[in-house]
Design a protein around this ligand. Sequence first.
Ligand SMILES: [Zn+2]
Length: 202
Amino acid sequence: MMATTHALVGVALALLVAPDGGLVPVAAGALGGLFPDFDLYAGHRKTLHFPVYFPLAAALAAVVALVSPGPATLAAALFLAAAGIHSAMDALGGGLELRPWEGNSDRAVYDHFRGRWIAPRRWIRYDGAPEDLLLAGVFGLPAYAVLSGLAETLVLLALGVSFVYVVLRKPMVWAAERVVDALPAHVVDLVPARFLDPEEFK
Ligand SMILES: [Zn+2]
């Protein structure tokens, strides 16, 4: 799923848990939803994706937040919960490959607990699929309706970015391949193998 979808899920979670919490829980949920995808260029869906450990850490943080309520403990619990939902949800999407819509990869997200890759379920066929945008809307539009000010603007921006990404998802791969073909070899060396060789992650 798109990083924006995950961020909007985090926002929706924050609004559900702390409807009157203000900006801090919303920001914590959004950042937690985004966080795992910061591994895009270094071991994507493995380095910062923890489908077992994030939910466990979130459960512990939730206990801490209940025992010692406050903005910081609530934010920590929401951040970890959103990152955990993100990591687990990636198993419901497509695999790690240049053209995930072809459905050739058997790697969705890495399970550090069991030491193996979880296979993609493809309920959302690939990140940036039309159904991914639908999901972003399901979580983002209620959040947009509830929020105001900066948070409302950012939610709208996330929905807009999602829309553009979905429109450009396949043309982007096509264009990227042309760019890589035109690049000098020493620059291509810097591009992660995942983007160059679709066979790499079958
Ligand atoms: Zn992810």
